[in-house]
Design a protein around this ligand. Structure first.
Ligand SMILES: Cc1ncc(COP(=O)(O)O)c(C=O)c1O
Length: 409
């Protein structure tokens, strides 16, 4: 029987000194009670909470952990750089090495700028697009998440209407709506931001229609606006060359973070030569943006992703997980929607009000040792072994049993 006593004590202490006890996407307050708030560590595809309960990790820190926790080559590279220096009066040589590596790896990229978080990168894409074009409006898909800055946070508390005054909205995969939004922006259109597929939290996911992607590219070309790909969540999980390389569409600017350094704090904006001038004009910086350790970790991460054919390994693990879960759903005679790419799947129950059944499923999966999420897509890492998969599937089978029981049939 798992306990959560240490977690309970930490939550109590946190309530006194951290507003709300916790905040942001990792706040387990809205999740079923089974979810621990505080974690102790991880190795490979396993993680432990502060009470020592072990889980197969199907959230991967909400994306950053792509090769598995404590990947030896990444940890060795980070430790070697840390022994020399991290936060200094200037960046280390690794900054140039990493920029060269990204430009070689990601098809549309001619240059790179580094930061810390995905929000830094998406915000900077807007700033660079505006600096380059001298225009103001940025189009985003309705309901899409691009970060937590005032212009894009999903919760309006503390923001002003002016923060969003220069946004226009379209519907993902609906090219006519993008054309309409562009027409409304008129000659003030600076950029069109889009995610590689529709991965709005809490909703079934939707892969991109290649014709829509090509249509956005043509719209950006026709208007002189930047096509901005928000690859923060998908980058290096779907494809090493950028998530739209298989679709055959190159953005002008792309935003990266999460997986590029296997869990170290790093973000990047990659761009083509047409937007280099704008990137040179803007003043963007941060005290920790030039830290060398995460950059060394990123170089090792990209090297290991290539050497281990990790994208393919994740894809295979993701397909096995999907096939196992769908077979279980059939065996339990439960209708499910299992959407998104196999490496970033999301499970819902059709007609499930307020994620009630998803909550029952996820809580029991967690108790059975598989860390999934009821309201957010999951993430598969390349560290998943056959044993991890078997354990995860055993847990999801128990989870379907719990849903059946909850339905009283
Ligand atoms: C698609 C997308 N864009 C931007 C962000 C913001 O990244 P960060 O939380 O690192 O600021 C996220 C974070 O989940 C994301 O999924």
């Amino acid at each position: 029987m798992s306990t959560h006593e240490v977690d309970r004590q930490l939550r109590e202490r946190a309530r006194a000194v951290i507003p709300g006890g916790m905040y942001g996407h990792q706040n387990t307050g809205p999740l079923p009670d089974a979810y621990p708030q505080f974690m102790r560590g991880g190795r490979g595809a396993r993680v432990w909470d502060v009470d020592g309960n072990e889980y197969v990790d199907l959230m991967c820190s909400y994306g950053p952990v792509v090769l598995g926790h404590q990947h030896p080559a990444v940890e060795a590279a980070a430790a070697a750089q840390a022994a020399q220096g991290d936060c200094q009066n200037g960046p280390g040589p690794v900054m140039v090495d990493l920029a060269e590596l990204l430009v070689r790896t990601v098809r549309h990229a001619d240059w790179a700028i580094f930061a810390k978080n995905g929000t830094d990168a998406t915000t900077m894409c807007c700033t660079i697009a505006r600096a380059q074009t001298g225009r103001r409006k940025i189009l985003v898909a309705r309901g899409a998440y691009h970060g937590s800055a005032p212009w894009c946070t999903p919760r309006p508390a503390g923001t002003t209407p002016e923060d969003r005054a220069n946004l226009g909205h379209y519907t993902f995969n609906d090219l006519a709506s993008a054309h309409q939004a562009a027409a409304e922006a008129g000659d003030d259109l600076a950029g069109i931001m889009v995610s590689p597929f529709k991965h709005d939290a809490g909703y079934d996911q939707e892969l991109v229609d290649p014709a829509f992607a090509r249509g956005l590219r043509a719209l950006a070309d026709a208007t002189g606006a930047a096509l901005i790909l928000d690859d923060v969540r998908c980058g290096f999980r779907l494809h090493l060359g950028g998530s739209w390389e298989p679709v055959g569409v190159d953005p002008d600017l792309s935003a990266w973070s999460k997986a590029i350094a296997n869990g170290r704090a790093l973000a990047a904006v990659l761009g083509n030569d047409a937007f280099r001038g704008g990137a040179q004009q803007v003043f963007v910086t941060g005290s920790f943006w030039f830290s060398a350790v995460p950059m060394a970790a990123a170089i090792a991460t990209i090297g290991a992703l290539k050497d281990e054919d990790a994208v393919q390994a994740m894809h295979q693990a993701g397909e096995a997980l999907r096939d196992g879960i769908l077979a279980q759903a059939r065996a339990w005679d439960l209708a499910v929607n299992y959407t998104g790419p196999p490496v970033m799947p999301y499970l819902t129950f059709p007609g499930d009000q307020n994620h009630e059944l998803a909550g029952v499923f996820a809580a029991q999966a967690l108790r059975g040792g598989a860390y999934v999420h009821p309201r957010h897509n999951w993430f598969v890492s390349a560290a998943m072994t056959g044993d991890d998969l078997a354990l995860a599937l055993d847990a999801t089978d128990q989870a379907f049993a719990a849903v059946r029981k909850h339905l009283g049939q």
